[in-house]
Write a protein that binds this ligand. Structure first.
Ligand code: GLC
Length: 496
């Protein structure tokens, strides 16, 4: 065989292997329907049971029973612990759907995510110190006023992890997601931990009055900023709309009829009903949909990510197929597999050894995939540079073409799966048939939905393939609610 023939044969073998992987990532309409039906079942189960099990969604009552309509006013503090950053902000709500925000944002230090010996005190001490940095920068007057003259400063705390919420301002951590693993935090009240840490910093004038999830925050912020809330002006919830996150993690919340939330303490439910409340926002924690893998499409790469490379094996399996924290890992695992079969990275000098960067979990950011996804440059130059920069790996043009196919298969599956919870909630709440024309708005936040090229249109395509059909899909408005969690936490604090 000539060198040229050899080259052609190996390119063909790579193409065949990649096509077969891509086939495993395909999600068709029957699968979408099966998952949507199972999602509805898992929601119903989760609304009934007070314990958390792998066969039901957590369906956490948030104690939020009213929605803002954009006329709210006030200056509130908010703190927001997400998967990548911690933000402290003050939010000035102008009462006309607009707000002004001042914030200090910091990347969560690696040791808090990676160190097995990190304690809750380390984490909440860090949050309190960053809160002090914010206060010194933007509200130093607070530190100059004598304690006796201090008015408490209300703060809404967005804590974007599964919490068993017992009231608007208390809740215990059910489990960590998105990379955290500080063991002693599970089962503890995160508001108490933060409040105590603030006191140690001399910030007892700050009162954490509301605890919320980023998904609820996004939803409330969407309701505040949207000027299309005509039917909400009474401030009551009568409209089932969804708030969701597709970022480092994924999750969603929606408005549920109080009488369907069977897991709520009957006394609490009666109290709400006596106060004239009819609905409550539920945080679904849909990242943990189908942790038993009854319907989720599963490749060997998904199993690897969950079992070998994630901090919470066996949990949040839906999230591990969708969110920004895992898209890069999926590509990395596919490439490791192809390399182990001698099919890719032929230009790499020690062909038989796994390149160092490729070996390292989380080395490939989902941002890299977003560049490759839309690379139409001559010779896929952008992809070449991305692979060189992120993994220090040279590639041939035929290899790059196959890498792009893999990227597109991974992102398409993520977007298609993302349509499932939206379709399921719209069906369960009958949202599309409730009003004349039944149009609904969905407030979304997160890097993937906001920035990943084509993600929203692929998601819409899958919505049209779902049981809500093309007609249902046309009634759905996906709106980006940027920085929703800060504003949402402030709105929660306002009503607390
Ligand atoms: C993870 C968390 C969830 C959060 C989501 C998006 O799934 O468990 O609480 O809302 O990430 O940040």
């Amino acid at each position: 065989m000539s060198f040229d023939d050899l080259h052609k044969a190996s390119a063909k073998a790579l193409t065949e292997a990649v096509d077969s992987i891509c086939q495993e990532f395909v999600v068709g309409p029957e699968k979408i329907e099966e998952m949507t039906n199972f999602f509805i079942e898992s929601m119903e189960k989760g609304l009934t049971q007070t314990t958390h099990s792998k066969d039901a969604l957590d369906m956490i009552p948030t104690y939020v029973t009213g929605l803002p309509n954009g006329t709210e006013r006030g200056v509130l503090l908010a703190a927001d612990l997400g998967g990548t950053n911690f933000r402290v902000c003050s939010v000035d709500l102008n009462g006309d759907h607009t707000f002004v925000m001042k914030q200090v944002k910091s990347k969560i230090p690696d040791e808090l995510l990676e160190d097995d010996n990190a304690t809750p005190k380390d984490l909440f001490g860090y949050l309190a110190r960053r809160t002090m940095v914010f206060i010194k920068k933007y509200h130093p007057e607070v530190l100059e006023t004598a304690a006796a003259d201090q008015k408490p400063l209300k703060l809404g705390f967005t804590f974007s992890y599964p919490i068993d919420q017992s009231s608007l301002n208390s809740g215990t951590l059910i489990r960590w997601t998105k990379g955290f693993k500080i063991a002693d935090t599970v089962g503890k009240d995160v508001v108490t931990l933060y409040q105590d840490a603030l006191a140690e910093q001399g910030l007892s004038m700050i009162k954490v009055v509301a605890l919320t999830n980023d998904t609820t925050g996004t939803f409330l912020s969407h309701c505040y900023t949207s000027d299309n809330t005509d039917s909400l002006t009474s401030g009551e919830i009568s409209e089932p709309i969804i708030g969701c996150i597709f970022g480092t993690g994924t999750n969603g919340c929606y408005v549920e009829d109080l009488k369907n939330i069977k897991k709520l303490d009957p006394k609490v439910r009666e109290r709400f009903i006596a106060e004239g409340k009819t609905h409550m926002v539920i945080n679904t924690e849909w990242g943990s949909f189908d942790n038993e893998l009854k319907v989720l499409p599963t490749t060997k790469y998904d199993l690897d990510i969950d079992q070998k490379y994630s901090a919470n094996p066996g949990f949040h399996l839906f999230e591990k197929r969708i969110s920004g924290m895992y898209l890069g890992e999926l590509l990395r695992c596919c490439l490791v597999d192809l390399h182990s079969k001698g099919l890719i990275f032929s230009q790499y000098r020690s062909y038989d050894q796994l390149p160092h960067r490729l070996k390292t979990p989380n080395e490939l950011d989902s941002e890299v995939l977003s560049h490759i996804e839309i690379d139409d440059s001559t010779g896929l130059r952008e992809t070449e540079l991305s692979m060189l920069q992120s993994l220090r790996l040279p590639t041939t043009l035929s290899e790059r073409k196959e890498i792009q196919k893999l990227v597109r298969a991974i992102s398409r599956r993520a977007a298609y799966l993302s349509a499932v919870p939206l379709a399921a909630i719209l069906i369960k709440t009958d949202a599309l048939n409730k009003r004349y024309h039944g149009e609904v708005e969905i407030g979304c936040d997160g890097s993937v939905v906001e920035l990943y090229p084509g993600f929203r249109s692929m998601l819409r395509h899958a919505l049209a393939l779902s049981p809500i059909g093309a007609e249902g899909e046309r009634k759905v408005h996906l709106k980006i609610a940027k920085d929703g969690s800060g504003v949402g936490a402030a709105l929660c604090a306002l009503v607390a």
